[in-house]
Ligand binder design. Structure first.
Ligand code: PLP
Length: 386
């Protein structure tokens, strides 16, 4: 008998993601799913109509490698208007198949074997494997557990001659925290006179609350000159399944980024690029009104949860509510989430899933409020009954 082929894994730490595990549990137990981090509603009708029109107009072959000019130009205009920085349409903007592709391409473009990349925990789960596949080492530095802000002393201590890049995310998944202008300034000071690059994951750039302005790295000329800035239309236009994102980076970084993107996907779903170009230019009110849209949902959900035993952490941006369940249970967060899906009837994500080593005794889970009012009401009713 032939023995099965064995292959030594390149990613020993990677298994089935917690998102899949929790969604399966939710389905088995009829739990309301606040675990999945995406909306259960559609993007603007005008966008969907534009997509259909683009397909019927014959925009169905490969797009240019860097993205169609109309979309890159719409991105440049939006970026100039929002952040006072106008990236060069031809040299500095690359359209990608979601932010995930952009993250991978940026990392693969600059990280070499032996390089260290500082990531701030909790962090999005694609960072670490992308760094590992490039032969680099992710150096996980926890955010300040009190308010999920950067812990500058620990970040400073983590920098070594091997540090190639620092990555961060604002507004933040899963914590809902946002970086202040001061934090951006501190980062600039920290990397000044070094060769350290910056990767700023800004996929929730338009989901920020209470009148705050998103502190894009692109507002800071000195940092913008050494940064990859990544965004996702999936978050902004409620169409995560379209997988269209982009990377803005100075010429030299974009050139290296494109060498990877060219052989990773080459180009991105053409009709969606035409549709997005059209809506960004013709209906800027969509992204300008997004803060109010999600702030209403945040406030509504928090009001519904006010009578529960969960302690609600502040949410300054993105569409996640972190809750402390220590008044309900002393189990670790994975055990608690399994119980919550089975017995409590609500699926959530344990915060430990976003850490290399979760702080001991932390009792936090993430709930996604990018859901219909009816679903949020049903979830809150169940959570308040615990
Ligand atoms: C922080 C963060 N970065 C990147 C992504 C990936 O975005 P995309 O769906 O466009 O690949 C997500 C998606 O949830 C995210 O939360």
């Amino acid at each position: 008998m032939m023995s099965a082929m064995q292959v030594e894994t390149k990613l020993p730490k990677v298994g089935t993601t917690i998102f899949t595990v929790m969604s399966q549990l939710a389905a088995e137990h009829g739990a309301v799913n606040l675990g999945q981090g995406f909306p259960d509603f559609d993007g603007p009708q005008a966008l969907r109509d534009a997509l259909t029109r683009a397909m019927n107009a014959g925009h169905n072959q490969y797009a240019p490698m860097t993205g169609i000019a109309a979309l890159r130009s719409a991105i440049a205009n939006k970026t100039a208007r929002m952040y006072g920085h106008r990236p060069d349409v031809d040299q500095e903007i690359t359209v990608t198949s979601g932010a995930t592709e952009a993250l991978f391409a940026a990392i693969a473009a600059v990280v070499r074997p032996g390089d260290e990349v500082i990531v701030l925990d909790p962090c999005y789960d694609s960072y670490d494997p992308a760094i590992a596949l490039s032969g680099g080492r992710a150096v996980h530095v926890p955010l300040d557990a009190r308010d999920f802000s950067p812990d500058w002393q620990r970040i400073r201590d983590a920098i070594t001659p091997k540090t190639r890049m620092i990555m961060f995310n604002t507004p933040h998944n899963p914590c809902g925290s946002v970086w202040s202008a001061d934090a951006i300034g501190t980062l600039a000071e920290l990397v000044r006179d070094t060769q350290i690059l910056v990767l700023s994951d800004e996929v929730y750039e338009h989901i920020i609350f209470d009148g705050a302005e998103h502190q894009s790295v692109l507002r800071h000329a000195e940092l913008a000159a050494r940064s990859f800035v990544i965004s996702s239309f999936g978050k902004t236009y409620h169409c995560t399944g379209w997988k269209v994102g982009y990377c803005i980076a100075p010429r030299a970084l974009s050139a290296e980024f494109r060498k990877v993107h060219q052989y990773l996907t080459f180009s991105t779903f053409t009709p969606a690029q035409w549709a997005l170009a059209e809506i960004i230019e013709q209906a800027p009110e969509h992204y300008l009104e997004l803060p109010a849209f999600y702030q209403d949902r945040r406030d509504h959900f928090r009001a519904l949860m006010a009578g529960s035993k969960f302690q609600l952490r502040p949410v300054a941006g993105a569409y996640f509510q972190v809750v402390d369940y220590s008044a309900l249970s002393d189990s670790d967060d994975l055990v608690f989430c399994e119980w919550l899906a089975r017995v409590g009837g609500v699926a959530a994500i344990p915060l430990s899933a976003f850490y290399e080593s979760p702080p001991p005794g932390q009792r936090l889970v993430r709930l996604c409020f990018a859901k219909s009012e009816a679903l949020l009401a049903q979830a809150a009713e169940r959570l308040c009954a615990l």
